[in-house]
Design a protein around this ligand. Structure first.
Ligand code: MN
Length: 285
């Protein structure tokens, strides 16, 4: 049985561009070692935007050395990058972008959502790449809700969408560089949930809404529960109807040197990255 290591509650709140009011749930600044291969998570909303014809979001900016994974829970996001990737994702869809050797991209509310307005809720996760893959060619996977398998949990406890990895013979559509599970769960109050994970893998539960109980500890909205790596069985109780994102993966046991939108292994690589970006080697939109 996996034991609870600690719970992190985030109160920080800031804007990314003019489109994303986010709470930083964790980053390479605080939990790089504990949460590897995951290096950062921002949680935008839940909030609501008024209808507008304006473009709301974040202008062109670079990334290198990792992947950005955007999960839309409500609203719509459009993306365009210098690697030629791009697309619009809506509620239930996922964008898995490999920055690899470097992209410049922009992230905006989709024009359709901006005109309609209404609820907005999104998670952006950064997934590290191992040193040997940091300079891989940029790539873009647009994953629709319909492509994500849904598994019913026993006894009506809820449903689990397999975005990446595998659960109960269902395989997630996301292609990843290292083994991981990213599962989106909608859970019903009063049930116990038991999940099988891989021994030694990092495991964390992020509660978007509702409340779960791990042993005697309650985890509510915007709380992150980080489990011990030892053990394969994850067990918790659903105290109130909940939406929970499970992150689990093989830790990448390599040093991290990160600065802003760049995640590399050494300070020299960060210096080189900044030089390459300023020299225009990440391409243009
Ligand atoms: Mn970005």
């Amino acid at each position: 049985m996996k034991a609870l290591s600690f719970i992190k509650r985030s109160s920080d709140s800031h804007w990314v561009g003019n489109g994303f009011p986010v709470r930083n749930i964790f980053s390479y600044r605080d939990l790089a070692r504990e949460l590897s291969p995951f290096v950062l998570m921002d949680y935008a909303g839940p909030t609501a935007f008024e209808p507008t014809d304006e473009r709301r979001g974040v202008e062109a900016h670079p990334h290198r050395g990792f992947e950005t994974v955007t999960l839309v829970y409500a609203g719509g996001v459009s993306h365009r990058d210098s690697g030629g990737g791009g697309g619009t994702i809506g509620t239930g869809d996922v964008q898995w972008m490999t920055a690899g050797s470097g992209v410049v991209h922009e992230e905006f509310h989709s024009p359709e959502y901006a005109r309609r307005g209404g609820p907005f809720e999104m998670v952006q996760l950064w997934v590290n790449l191992p040193a040997k893959d940091k300079m891989t060619r940029p790539a873009y996977q647009g994953i629709t809700d319909a492509q994500i398998p849904r598994v019913a949990l026993p006894d009506g406890a809820g449903t689990l969408r397999v975005i990446a990895g595998e659960h109960d013979a269902a395989n997630g559509p996301a292609r990843t560089f290292t083994p991981m599970n990213v599962w989106d769960m909608k859970l019903n109050a009063g049930h116990d949930v038991n999940l099988e994970l891989v021994e030694g893998h990092t495991t964390a539960l992020f509660v978007l809404n509702g409340t779960i109980r791990i042993g005697k500890k309650r985890v509510g909205a915007a709380g992150l529960a980080v489990m011990e790596r030892a053990g394969t069985e994850l067990a918790f109780h659903v105290a109130e109807d909940a939406t929970v994102l499970l992150l689990s993966g093989e830790p990448i046991e390599e040093p991290i040197a990160a600065r802003g939108p760049f995640v590399m292994n050494t300070q020299e690589e960060i210096t080189q990255t900044i030089h390459d970006y300023q020299a225009g080697r990440f391409g243009r939109m």
